[in-house]
Design a protein around this ligand. Structure first.
Ligand SMILES: Cc1cc2nc3c(=O)[nH]c(=O)nc-3n(C[C@H](O)[C@H](O)[C@H](O)COP(=O)(O)OP(=O)(O)OC[C@H]3O[C@@H](n4cnc5c(N)ncnc54)[C@H](O)[C@@H]3O)c2cc1C
Length: 448
């Protein structure tokens, strides 16, 4: 275990000078979601000196795990370096889809058909869990409007249509293929070469989901202390001690729920997750009718480019929220506004001159095998690596790791015991991303 230092979150707060040419707008760098779901004020309570369970990180993963352990009667303390949800969980796109990235066939080649099938099933279970959570407990603007997956090239469309016809048995999703000639029924744009509709995909207001998970954890007795970074974790005779600026906490069990913000606190985890910036903008209110004229069914839109682009109507249907990998590691979201605007205007030329009111960035956690990982290392539990798909995966696997900490059978998952790979010379600074993203951008640009 090491000390907190140059982690992505700290780096994110160091503002770079921004060229504001062609960017006359007053743009808020708070996510639109946070504006509509303000977080509770910082917690002034004294830091408890002891807990059964210490959770590091108050995002979907940490709060879901804390809810499980606190509900089972374990004294549970969540420590968060920033405000609650300071990481991705207050600032994502709120899009919900089946989210296991590797295909069944690639998992089968690696782990055999049975494990591959069970890993893929976890992706469906995660969506089902979030659906039931949202419907029963969470006031989070859950909507089942589906997703349109736009084909960036004709070749992509052919591959999508073929894959839709050849889904592995037991892992089928409802998919309808939309040829280019009919795509205006889905999106008022000629940008795509057709696409596929996933009618069962859903969306939420991510900050309201976060608030709901926070409320649920507090209701069953968890303590959540924000603005309290854990700088080191050391083993003791009967557990661990965590060092913070507000004092030392003794805990029998510790969970790292730090995902894309996993800094030098644990070099072992830092060598296994790759923090990648994801950037979003919100347009000014356009009016629900105008938004409906652009995205008639109010669906999420994702496209098949390697350097991903995704957008959707805001929860109130009045704006477009547009996101993508506009940069590699830019910390200032304002610097990415011109690029995101250009990307949006290529899809919807009529939005070329609309005002952007909000821009924000967060750090998602990729893994080398593009699978999430959970388990224990050196006695410390961890759960992370959702590869930009944590809205369904983080609450679900957060719950599972909480159950594992309680020793419960139902906490077991198909991912348990899988190796959590790293790469030689990788220590948390993803030097290899720039050439790969450049190659991806070239491939996208020439339509491969
Ligand atoms: C712009 C953007 C759009 C996205 N869109 C989508 C989407 O549409 N659909 C989807 O499925 N996923 C999306 N994601 C990804 C999704 O938001 C994340 O996968 C998910 O929120 C991860 O939750 P988490 O709790 O594991 O991590 P986070 O919410 O990132 O929480 C980790 C927390 O750990 C804290 N922390 C780190 N180190 C310490 C320390 N030493 N001490 C104390 N606290 C610490 C951090 O401050 C942070 O709050 C998006 C992400 C971004 C940034």
């Amino acid at each position: 275990m090491g000390n907190l230092g140059q982690d992505p979150m700290e780096r994110a707060s160091v503002l770079q000078p921004v060229d504001r040419t062609n960017m006359p707008d007053e743009i808020s760098v708070t996510s639109l979601w946070m504006q509509n779901a303000p977080m509770p004020p910082p917690s002034p309570q004294p830091l408890p000196s002891r807990a059964d369970v210490l959770v590091v990180g108050a995002g979907y993963t940490g709060l879901s795990a804390a809810r499980e352990t606190a509900a089972a009667g374990r004294s549970t303390l969540v420590l968060e370096a920033g405000a609650v949800g300071a990481g991705c969980s207050s600032r994502n796109g709120g899009q919900i889809a089946y989210s296991i990235k590797p295909s069944f066939n690639s998992l089968k080649a690696k782990f055999g058909a049975d494990v591959a099938f069970r890993i893929c099933r976890e992706g469906f279970d995660a969506v089902a869990y979030l659906r039931s959570l949202a419907k029963q407990h969470a006031d989070c603007a859950w909507r089942e409007d589906g997703c349109f997956y736009g084909a960036h090239t004709a070749r992509h469309f052919t591959a999508m249509a073929r894959d839709a016809q050849n889904q592995p048995r037991g892992l089928e999703q409802r998919i309808s293929v939309v040829p280019r000639a009919e795509q205006h029924g889905e999106i008022a744009s000629d940008f795509y070469h057709g696409g596929c509709v996933y009618p069962d995909d859903a969306s939420v207001d991510p900050a309201r989901l976060l608030l709901s998970l926070l409320r649920q954890a507090l209701e069953v007795g968890a303590s959540v202390v924000d603005h309290c970074p854990v700088s080191a974790i050391k083993p003791t005779r009967d557990g661990f001690e965590a060092l913070t600026p507000r004092g030392v906490v003794q805990a029998r069990q510790v969970l790292l729920a730090t995902n894309g913000y996993s800094g030098p606190l644990s070099p072992w985890h830092r060598r296994r997750v790759i923090p990648i910036g994801s950037y979003q903008i919100a347009t000014e209110p356009l009016g629900a009718d105008r938004v409906r004229s652009l995205i008639p069914h109010g669906r999420n839109i994702v496209d098949s480019r390697r350097v991903v682009v995704y957008f959707r109507p805001s929860a109130d249907g009045e704006r477009i929220i547009f996101g993508g990998r506009a940069a590699l590691a830019e910390k200032d979201p304002l610097a990415c506004v011109p690029r995101l605007r250009r990307m949006m205007a290529r899809i919807f030329p009529e939005l070329k001159s609309v005002r952007v009111s909000h821009a924000w960035v967060g750090w998602v956690a990729y893994t080398f095998d593009t699978l999430p990982h959970l388990g224990q290392h050196d006695g410390i539990y961890y759960c992370m690596g959702y590869c930009g798909q944590g809205v369904p995966l983080a609450p679900y696997f957060g719950r599972r790791i909480g159950q594992q900490m309680l020793g419960l059978e139902e906490g077991r998952t198909a991912l348990d015991g899988l190796p959590f790979p790293s790469r030689p010379y990788y220590h948390g600074e993803p030097w290899f991303l720039a050439p790969s993203i450049f190659a991806y951008r070239v491939a996208d640009a020439i339509g491969l």
